[in-house]
Write a protein that binds this ligand. Structure first.
Ligand code: B12
Length: 482
């Protein structure tokens, strides 16, 4: 028997959809699985001790979604908590522990090392965990388990990431209490594909999901939506890195949802790249139930778009906003301010441009989380080799350790970059602003003006009061209503 544990206690709660998919695959292989959901536990260590007082599984699998909240200056870090959870598990069971999840996969070896876990699986969990259980039962040929990280002869060994292609996922979605997540988290996730073939310098998605696009059959996605609908869930968030890459698949998904009559029964949101996008796709999306899109806009400065290795230009972004609005799709633009070469002028250029193209809202995130194995990781390493650390922001002491929240904010923005950005925004309510530290607290705890979803109290309250949808859309409406 396999015991799966959701370790993500961030609120508003987001369902551990990876565990739903994994449980589907494990049960198809004839292995029983049970869930300890720490998101809903009052006292996590009590919940763990209580469970193991009368259960002895053959393997304990922990899902680790967020290594940190990726938000400066909050910089909330969760790997320390994961280590404590593993220590608690060790004190009550001899069963081996395996960790997986996006946050895990970005830092796989480092996390196995830091937390003392027996195993980790980098990449997709569905087939890898079944193979691990089989190898634990007989053979112990760990080199045959896709994506596995394990200890052998005092060192850590690893197999290539588990990114099977094509992917076929279970559609039952009945392992996790999705309805409770929906009521407390306002939306429910599902995927239409995995992987991203773009090379944006800051993005960790290719580390966790691979650079190959691994598509799901549209009919499988529609079946999954039917399962969620039958559980009472009708507001969804596609969990693809970018829904419209490739465009043909996005269009095929929309066609299928329309064909099944789902477009009128659900509302959904997605992350999207600014290109490829056009009238026809927007119209298909609207007919398939799309309520809103969060574009990876990044910047309104051509120089910064090039630095980030974006494929779109300013005109594409302006055009994408117009097309959405013509199709009643609400638009959020995610900005990434403070990257290499950012200056007060490029920030001003971006903010002025966003004001002009007038999306419903824009997130002005300041500070780029630096991940090892990305373009940002290389830039930061090069600067550090030259003895330059003035662009690096962090809250921890000692040597720079990218496992811990480490950000890049161009020093050209001066001593008080947050104030600079907020001044340029000038109180324009379409923008979610970077948070300012107020006596050790960040402003989201004070006035809810930013869009860190970690402990976002106004958001939690709105969902309790019945709000549903993407968080930026709920926050946007809250502000309008004020
Ligand atoms: C969609 C999304 C969102 C949506 C979620 C909508 C929803 N209803 O689900 C929203 C907008 C709400 C969101 C919010 C946040 N997100 Co987000 N999100 C994503 C995204 C794009 C997809 C996540 C997902 O669900 N994937 C699909 C599932 C099925 O995949 P999975 O969880 O990885 O599971 C698979 C494997 O990892 C593995 N696995 C999982 N568990 C286990 C367990 C075991 C034992 C094993 C063996 C394997 C295994 O198998 C699974 C199936 O193959 C990812 C990036 C990405 N492309 O993955 C970022 C991402 C996870 N988010 C991230 C962050 C930071 C956040 C926020 C903290 C941001 C913030 N400050 O507000 C919040 C956290 C919210 C919360 N309560 O947890 C970061 C985490 C990075 C990090 N440093 O750890 C990511 C990686 C984006 C990024 N590159 O920065 N997010």
């Amino acid at each position: 028997m396999l015991t799966l544990i959701n370790t993500n206690r961030m609120v508003p709660v987001i369902g551990p959809i990876g565990l739903d998919y994994i449980a589907g695959s494990v049960s198809q292989s004839g292995i029983d699985a049970e869930l300890i959901d720490l998101a809903f536990a009052e006292e996590p260590s009590e919940a763990i001790r209580g469970y193991f007082s009368n259960q002895q599984p053959e393997l304990v699998g922990l899902s680790f979604r967020n290594a940190d909240d990726c938000f400066w200056p909050s910089a909330d870090w969760f790997v320390g908590g994961l280590k404590e959870t593993i220590e608690t598990i060790r004190s009550v069971t001899e069963a081996p522990v395996v960790v997986g999840g996006v946050g895990f996969s970005i830092f796989a070896k480092e996390i196995v090392e830091y937390t003392g876990a027996d195993f980790g699986i980098r990449g997709d969990g569905e087939t890898a965990i079944v193979e691990l259980i089989q190898q634990l039962r007989e053979g112990r040929k760990f080199s045959e388990v896709p994506g596995l990280i394990w200890r052998e002869d005092g060192r850590i060994r690893s197999n290539p990431a588990a990114w099977p292609s094509p992917i076929r996922l279970g559609t039952g979605r009945d392992f996790v209490d999705n309805l409770s997540y929906f009521k407390k988290g306002g939306q429910c996730g599902l995927e239409t594909k995995r992987g991203c073939n773009r090379r944006c310098i800051y993005c960790a998605d290719p580390l966790a999901k691979g650079s190959e696009l691994r598509l799901r059959e549209p009919s499988e996605v529609a079946d999954e939506i039917q399962s969620l609908l039958s559980q009472g869930i009708d507001v969804l968030h596609f969990c693809d890195s970018e829904f419209n890459i490739p465009r043909s698949h996005a269009a095929a998904i929309c066609d299928e949802l329309k064909r099944c009559g789902l477009g009128k029964r659900i509302r959904w949101y997605a992350y999207m790249s600014v290109t490829p996008f056009d009238e026809e796709l927007a119209s298909k999306m609207a007919q398939a139930g799309c309520a809103g899109v969060d574009f990876t806009g990044d910047s309104g400065s051509p120089a910064m778009l090039q630095t980030y290795r974006q494929q779109h230009n300013k005109d594409d972004l302006a055009c994408a906003v117009r097309i959405c609005q013509a199709n009643d799709i609400v638009v959020m633009i995610d900005l990434l301010l403070g990257g290499p070469g950012e200056t007060p002028q490029t920030v001003q250029e971006t903010i002025d441009f966003i004001k002009k193209i007038n999306p419903e809202c824009a997130g002005a995130a300041l500070g780029v989380r630096i991940y090892p194995g990305t373009g940002m990781g290389e830039i930061a390493a090069q600067e550090l080799r030259k003895g330059k650390d003035s662009n690096i922001r962090r809250k921890y002491e000692g040597a720079i350790d990218l496992l811990k929240p480490t950000f890049y904010i161009s020093d050209a923005l001066g001593e008080r970059p947050t104030e600079l950005v907020r001044d340029l925004i000038g109180g324009d309510e379409r923008f979610f602003e970077p948070a300012v530290e107020v006596e050790g607290e960040t402003t989201e705890e004070v006035d809810g003006s930013n869009y860190n979803y970690n402990e976002n109290l106004p958001l939690i309250k709105a969902i309790e009061n019945g709000a549903r949808g993407a968080y930026w859309d709920i926050l946007r409406q809250l502000r309008k209503g004020q």
